[in-house]
Every structure is written in structure tokens, then in C-alpha cells.
Design a protein around this ligand. Structure first.
Ligand SMILES: C[S@@+](CC[C@H](N)C(=O)[O-])C[C@H]1O[C@@H](n2cnc3c(N)ncnc32)[C@H](O)[C@@H]1O
Length: 294
């Protein structure tokens, strides 16, 4: 089984070498802007590479990664409520399900039906380290359960409610909870986080995770509703634009502070950072926010 390999200099250089050798092209004309290994699937995105070279390139990649069984390229952007994307098979076995290992957990992932990104592994560990003994955590947008599983493995949280609206993500989450021996610590819930919190999970959590930037501001009041006696921690993710002299983290802090002020919520951002860049001058930002109803 393979682990995620970011586009490190070494691999990028080797890939450029392959482009030059195998395709007899000038490697400098083509930029490999995403290259990751998820389980035994290599996922690659090449900038300005003519499609006719896909197959030769994919086979060359599989010759470097001897455990790789499949090479996929994205067939469009991530879209919709489930945050999935079309994938095009270019070499090896035709499959989109694999098992990925991260920080001592194994995740069964279904790449064209459920969201999964190995690029969030540092963020998952960073959050897990903050969870205190005995806490109840609520993950509003859990996907196949990766963040909940890392928390169950690396903290002494008493329980983690793990919600997702995508039935297939829920099915894979259940499988992952079983495979990692986390039953009784993670409670998977299928449905819209808004309805689930309003009907069944008001005032239960010390800490709420909101790893869905597209719904963050809209669902912030639900995160507050899930907190025990209106106080605790919210890990808030959003997408923000910042020009050359701008600061995406500061802009997000301002936006959230304005929203919380309208709800009479005392808040302090203990930490904020850019998680990753998601487009030209667009950034995914996380804020760790201590909140208290005044
Ligand atoms: C970015 S993914 C979460 C990634 C996950 N935290 C991880 O570490 O892999 C966002 C998830 O939110 C789910 N989702 C979208 N709208 C939702 C809603 N209203 N309630 C619950 N889950 C929702 C999607 O199905 C998707 O799996």
C-alpha cells in the first residue's frame, strides 16, 4: 500500500524526466501541477499536456510506482453538495475505490462518489492534537470519516458525532469506523447537518468541526447550536480571495467576527492559517475559534 506523495521536487523532476524521455518533448514546456498517490491509485493533473500523450505518460508513471495499479486524471472541477469530481481513467486497472493509509488509520475511499483529499492530512492531525480528554466532538461534514477517525485514533475524545449527507460517503464511513476499530467512539449519522443538529444534536458538543468551506458562513449558527451551553470551540473553514497586498486569514476573521457579532457571540480566534491555495489568489482558510454566548 502506498502513501500520499506530494509534488516534491524529486518526483516532479523525475516526472519531467519521463515527459522528456518517453515523449521526446521538452520537459520545460509541461508543468506537473498535481501528483498524488492515494492507496494504489496515482492521481495526476498536467498543465498543457496534449491528451494524446496521456497513456504513454501514465504507463511510465506506473513503472516508477511499482505498487500503483491505476492512473486517473480529473475530468472537471469538484462540484455539488457532495464535493465530487469526474475522473478519467488513463492507465491500469479500471477502478476508483482504494484504501489509503494516513497517521495510523486506513481509509477506504471511493474517489468518484465521495470527497477525499490526502492534502488535508496535516490539517486532520493538527485538529486531533487540540482535542482534550473526554470531549464530545461533532463533525458536521465528515465525508468518509477521515478527520473523525484521526481524532478517535490520536485523542481521548469520549465520542465524535460524524455527519454526512452523501449516502455513499456514509456507507464508506461506516466501513472505515469498523475497519479502524472505532465503533462506540464515532457515531456516524446520515443527513443534512442542519436537520440533524436541530432535531437530534443540539447542545451536545465541546468542539464542532466545519470542514466544508462552501457552507461555512451559512451553517455557523448550527455549529453554535450544537455546542454545550453555547460555548466551546469551532474549527471554521472558508474560501477567501486575497490580492497581492491582501491577507486571506484576516479577511476571513473580519467576516466571521461581523457574523458572530450579529448573534451576540463573544469570540476569540486562537489560530488561523491558509490550508491551501485553491485557485489564483483564492485560498482555503481555517480559523480555530473559541466562542461563548453573551
Ligand atoms: C470537503 S468534504 C469533507 C472532508 C472530510 N472532512 C475529510 O477530512 O475527508 C465535505 C463533505 O460534506 C458533505 N456535505 C455537504 N453538504 C452537507 C450537509 N448539508 N450536511 C452534511 N454533510 C454535507 C459532502 O457530502 C462531503 O462529503
Amino acid at each position: 500500500m502506498l502513501c500520499f506523495v506530494p509534488v516534491g521536487c524529486g518526483l516532479k523532476k523525475r516526472l519531467k524526466g519521463i515527459i522528456a524521455e518517453v515523449l521526446s518533448l521538452s520537459s520545460s514546456s509541461y508543468v506537473c501541477n498535481s501528483y498524488k498517490v492515494i492507496g494504489d491509485i496515482v492521481f495526476i493533473r498536467l498543465h498543457e499536456m496534449p491528451k494524446k500523450h496521456d497513456k504513454v505518460l501514465a504507463e511510465a508513471i506506473m513503472s516508477i510506482h511499482r505498487n500503483a495499479r491505476t492512473v486517473l486524471v480529473p475530468a472537471g472541477p469538484v462540484y455539488g453538495d457532495f464535493r465530487v469530481r469526474g475522473l478519467k481513467h488513463i492507465a491500469g486497472e479500471r477502478k476508483t475505490v482504494t484504501t489509503h493509509v494516513e497517521s495510523g488509520c486506513s481509509f477506504s475511499v471511493y474517489l468518484d462518489a465521495c470527497y477525499f483529499s490526502p492534502r488535508l492530512s496535516y490539517e486532520r492531525t493538527r485538529i486531533a492534537k487540540q482535542v482534550k480528554d473526554g470531549e464530545t466532538v461533532l463533525n458536521m461534514f465528515a465525508g468518509v470519516g477521515c478527520l473523525s477517525l484521526i481524532i478517535a485514533k490520536h485523542s481521548n475524545a469520549s465520542r465524535t458525532y460524524s455527519i454526512d449527507v452523501n449516502p455513499l460517503a456514509f456507507q464508506f464511513m461506516q466501513e472505515n469506523i469498523r475497519a479502524n476499530g472505532s465503533y462506540g467512539r464515532i457515531f456516524p449519522v446520515l443527513g443534512d447537518a442542519k436537520e440533524i443538529i436541530e432535531k437530534r444534536l443540539c447542545h451536545v458538543a465541546h468542539r464542532v468541526l466545519m470542514p466544508l468551506p462552501q457552507k461555512a458562513l451559512e451553517y455557523l449558527s448550527l455549529a453554535l447550536l450544537a455546542l454545550k451551553s453555547g460555548e466551546g470551540w469551532i474549527h471554521y473553514y472558508d474560501i477567501e480571495h486575497a490580492g497581492r497586498s491582501g491577507n486571506a486569514v484576516e479577511k476571513t476573521m473580519l467576516k466571521v467576527a461581523e457574523k458572530l457579532a450579529t448573534m451576540n457571540i463573544d469570540n476569540k480566534v486562537s489560530f488561523g492559517r491558509v490550508v491551501r491555495s485553491v485557485g489564483p489568489r483564492w485560498f482555503q482558510v481555517v480559523l480555530d475559534i473559541a466562542v461563548r454566548l453573551v
